[in-house]
Design a protein around this ligand. Structure first.
Ligand SMILES: C[S@@+](CC[C@H](N)C(=O)[O-])C[C@H]1O[C@@H](n2cnc3c(N)ncnc32)[C@H](O)[C@@H]1O
Length: 287
């Protein structure tokens, strides 16, 4: 099955594992909820597979995240794709001429007004798609990446593809607990929260609390929804168990997914040479 190309560069995205994750969803369910949307890799792949093969079969997809300017990007792609294509076209042409100055200009502008169009540019140009906000004042502080951002034609094609995929999806800014309160029996909820031990400084995750997520998952399970949780597992080279322990009996199945290079090390060593380490993510299912 073809992989949907990424619209945003996003650390911790699940693009490479989306198909595997989707393969564990029921073949047929009611609505799909994704409360930690990030770059939307799993939802996009699910919509693509569902459109092309008819499986899984479901009614509506509801996507949400705590970052308003991230949700705004998806709503622009859905409702006014030319706006984001034109913006990228003009700004990236200037970026190619003077990357450092242009990056600082975009980042300053974003930090002043938190607009979605600049946030999209930042995700495409910042170091490794690491979206890091300073704890003290929320300033988006990631340095410029060394790579050449994708050209406007490629970006434009991706916007068109995503626009077609998400036309019937709903995007809302809210915390995971508000989102999960909406779920009903036979809905699927896929949770990919910030990794607790290292991601608390990225995204807007300072306030994220895994124990609250476990409580919400228990409520959704009791309602008859199917909850899937991605969580970091063991790191082979250090033999260190970096996993967290969920409450006993909350999950019925646990799947180990091989992630290849660890994105966590990439964050900690930004700018330095990286060692490849094998990380096995866990996928936990409530049914
Ligand atoms: C690991 S990322 C999700 C990556 C996504 N699966 C992908 O493929 O790109 C976690 C996301 O959770 C969001 N987040 C952090 N705290 C949250 C909260 N309390 N409620 C909802 N979303 C939150 C972050 O903004 C971030 O986008």
């Amino acid at each position: 099955m073809a992989k949907v190309p990424a619209l945003l560069k996003w650390i911790g995205n699940k693009q490479r594992f989306a198909e595997t994750i989707i393969s564990y969803m029921p073949q047929q369910f009611n609505n799909y909820y994704e409360p930690f949307l990030g770059s939307g890799a799993v939802m996009a792949q699910l919509l693509y597979q569902s459109n092309t093969t008819g499986v899984p079969k479901f009614n509506h997809s509801y996507a949400s995240d705590i970052l308003p300017f991230l949700i705004d990007i998806f709503n622009i792609v859905k409702n006014d794709p030319n706006q984001i294509k034109d913006y990228y076209d003009k700004e990236i042409a200037e970026y190619y001429l003077n990357p450092t100055n242009k990056y600082n200009e975009i980042r300053d502008r974003f930090n002043n007004n938190h607009n979605a169009l600049d946030f999209c540019l930042l995700s495409r140009t910042c170091y490794s798609g690491i979206i890091r906000f300073r704890k003290a004042d929320g300033y988006m502080s990631t340095p410029k990446g060394p790579h050449r951002p994708i050209n406007p034609e490629t970006f434009s094609k991706r916007v068109d593809l995503w626009h077609d995929l998400i036309t019937r999806s709903t995007f809302t800014t809210m915390s995971f607990d508000q989102c999960m309160d909406n779920a009903q029996p036979r809905d699927v909820i896929y949770c990919d929260p910030p990794y607790t031990h290292s991601q608390s400084i990225i995204y807007g995750a300072q306030t994220f609390n895994i124990e609250n997520l476990f409580k919400k998952i228990a409520e959704c399970k009791a309602k008859g929804a199917y909850v899937m949780l991605s969580i970091n597992g063991t790191r082979e080279s250090s033999k260190k168990d970096i996993s967290i322990t969920p409450p006993l009996g909350l999950f019925e199945r646990e799947i180990s997914i091989n992630c290849g290079t660890s994105m966590i090390d990439r964050l900690q060593n930004a700018g330095e040479t990286m060692k490849d380490e094998v990380v096995h993510d866990k996928l936990l299912l409530t049914w």
